[in-house]
Design a protein around this ligand. Sequence first.
Ligand code: LTN
Length: 327
Amino acid sequence: METMLSAIKPTGRLHLGNYIGAISQFIKYQDEYDLYIFIANLHAITVPISAKELRQNTKDLIALYLASGLDPEKVTLFLQSDVDAHAKLGWVMTCTSYVGELQRMTQYKDKTAKGETGITAGLFTYPPLMAADILLYDAKYVPVGKDQTQHVELTRDLAERFNNRYSETFVIPQPLTSTVGTKVYSLSDPTKKMSKSVTDPKGTIDLLDDPNVARKKIMSAVTDSIGIIQYDPENQPGLANLLTIQSVLTKEPIESIVARYEGKGYGELKKEIAQTVFDFLTDLQAKYKEIITSGKLEEVLKQGADKANYIANKKIRKVYKKVGFTL
Ligand code: LTN
């Protein structure tokens, strides 16, 4: 099986867009790839975050991943901070990077351009750490959003540079943007992506939202005045977004939903989707609570860290020999 790796920063709560766009894809990939997924907590502290929030986000993420159907027997699920090799190779990759290329990374560039103060050195050197994350596991595929492809490109450059300077050590990874599943848009402004940074809470359904609140958010989702139920993302982006959500959660094709609603109104359709989302969240949250209270979390993370350490340590030993650390 080919190796795939993905990571998520524990800096916010997961929402329905994350589930439909990423998590539901991972559920599929766990049968098709040797899949590594980790919580990028070293990356989380590049911007200020309290220990309490970081801890809570981390627990929620793992529990929601498991509740969604990620199987720890198939996926290697772990915390980045449990595998020291990330920090070690991160330093080697930092020393393989040029200041000039890191200055071109958009996150850093945008913040400096805006004249933001308090930018940490960690934010600047975070792309070489991400390169280390990927290269430690010989990951061939890295499913990422568009905002992260630049980092995977840098990873390729650093891997090639290291391989040329020493000898063949790292697999050159490929970003997979197309396979990051269906996009979900804000319920209040369907021209924007549903995101954790959206300031309008009505636009985003958190996976841990009270299901009743989520139901109301669907009922008050922005649509249009055309009044015909059809799938037309360009002219009816709000409606198309709702149809997408319903289709992914129930696995009913969009055409079939549209056919069932011929001649009917938006209100009726919204009611059905609101119920779908309500049921989905109720079920997911029941599993989440079970996992959080059972002690399963610690067990899964221990098992994941053991496997990840085994693989990553083999790689770091090779690197340490090649650069001349090992006598
Ligand atoms: N930078 C990513 C998180 C991340 C990541 C990775 C993703 C850290 N290490 C390795 C893929 C592979 C983000 O901000 N979403």
